[in-house]
Design a binder for this molecule. Sequence first.
Ligand code: ADP
Ligand code: MG
Length: 633
Amino acid sequence: MDSQPIPFKAETRQLLNILIHSLYTEREIFLRELISNAADALTRLDFEMLTNREVHSPDAPLEIRITADSSTNTLTISDSGIGMTAEELTENLGTIAHSGARAFVEAAQAAGANGSPAQLSNVIGQFGVGFYSAFMVAESIRVVSRSYRKDAPAAEWWCDGSDSFIVRPAEREGRGTDVIIQLKEDAKEFAQEYRLREIIKKHSDFIPYPIFLGSAKEQTNRQSALWRQQPRQVEAKDYDEFYRQLTLDWEPPLAHMHLNVDAPVQMYALLYLPGKAERSPFSLRKEDGLKLYARKVLIQEYSRDLLPEYLGFVQGVVDSEDLPLNVSRESVQANRVMANLKKLVTNKVIDTLKDMAANDAPKYAAFWQSFGRFIRQGAAVEQQEWERLLPLLRFRSLEKPGEWVSLDDYIARMKPGQERIYYLLGDDERSLRYSPHLDLVRPHGFEVLLMTDPLDPFVLSRLREYQGKQLSNLASPDLQIEPPAGEKRADADESKDRAGDEPEKTPEAGEKSELAQRIQAQLGERVSEVRANNRLSSAPARLVDAQGALNPELQRVYRMLDREFQAPKKVLEINPAHPILQRIAALPQDDALAQAAIEQIYENALLIEGLHPDPAGMIPRLQQLIEAALGKS
Ligand code: ADP
Ligand code: MG
């Protein structure tokens, strides 16, 4: 056998150069890459032995052994896998043309131009050049291997990171591979067992073969890939323990989902709804995203391509036999398999939430309390399939103080003949309970949803109908309220029944009442109009939008997005039958108390709409009114 140095291909030389000279952070991942190669070699042997028992050392246990010697600064990763012949060593670790090496070099150059090549070391395995990552920590590497083929002698590969490597005959009794690393001076930590244990735990805990460290009898990794087990064989406490190891979260998860799917793609997944929305500072999960394994090998720590953004709080693991192991990050995203995985995972999460909502209302309420904002966010901004989130939404209701109700709950409670879902938009539930707009439904006993979340107007601006029922804002001026079946219209003219959708006419329509004119004269430019509305009952007045104004949902959206947004001028609707307004009408136009009362009615209406610019500014007038009410002593 020829032991002349064999030159690397140009792209491999460049790759080595970057690994040796530019990457200093996250160097520990080299161990994950070598363990993953060892596991691949064991998997391939496993597969071979399904049909062929004529292999070298057929009884050798399938395992990975890692030994470190801090006195000589060496680290050895051994496996009893498929092994390599001299030709395979030359080809696989040397002369093969690597498109991945070129891609990695380009990515490193691009990142270097941005001044941040650091994160690249973590993804090197995805370029199919993981083996070379060992040069981040190695002075030199020796690979001694013996193929599973019975007649193949052992061979070794040696390289000190220069432009060439050598391959020559070697001694190795059993089948498999030793990767022997002479560590760099600044990489001594990797000859320490405690450090190696930490790295194995962190990156290779679920490698499907036992990993033994040093002379330890106990394997270092957990090995069992819980998500690959049959759900009925896994105990509830194992699910919780796995979650704890995954996240270091002490709060138990709200729910877990275990999937084992064969079509349209093969997938195992173990997903969790966390106990609370805030990640603790000690959480192992530093970002949103699921752990993505391809055939038990971790290929992405935080894959955000498996769930829509609004479900980013879901934790867990997805593992597919159909994902290629050596794909770059970009091709993972573009992969058709990924699109299928995403659909499966997303559907599962949504179905689980729907089940929980249907069968365990208190648990769903707890979920909603912590995570409702994410579901709302999905319903507000998601481009695709946002409608399927609608049954998951919860709102406050006039009828059910302190409870969260769904649109379906609302519909189930609708009065016979009620065609609309009524709602009010506002800043907080308490003030909405005083809203004058409620006068319109009070006589009919209709339920009203109180929409107080900042995202509600976003949802409502796209949601105009649910289950065939129109969503109607009680504050819209032209809202026609149909009384429930069998109930007489409160204001119906007995002799000639008006058609349902004919616009409501107030007695004063056409000629404006004297009182309305008087109030309009006093408020002047501050309102666009003052008119009577005889369907108000307990409230003396309310503010509504003028004809053709931007709808109230969008006004709220704009107010949220732009602090400077000026609400358009409103119409003041007054209740001429209200005792306060009747008293005002009886007082002369220049009466100071009547004028103060009109001001106060207007400002109260502003306040209840959340539009009052200066509530404390009302105090002097309120004092004036109190003094008047108490009388002069
Ligand atoms: P990848 O694992 O993505 O193929 P690597 O750079 O990690 O890329 O490894 C290159 C190749 O070297 C592997 O495909 C495999 O053929 C061979 N190899 C590496 N380590 C081992 C091992 N422990 N046993 C057998 N073959 C190995
Ligand atoms: Mg590899």
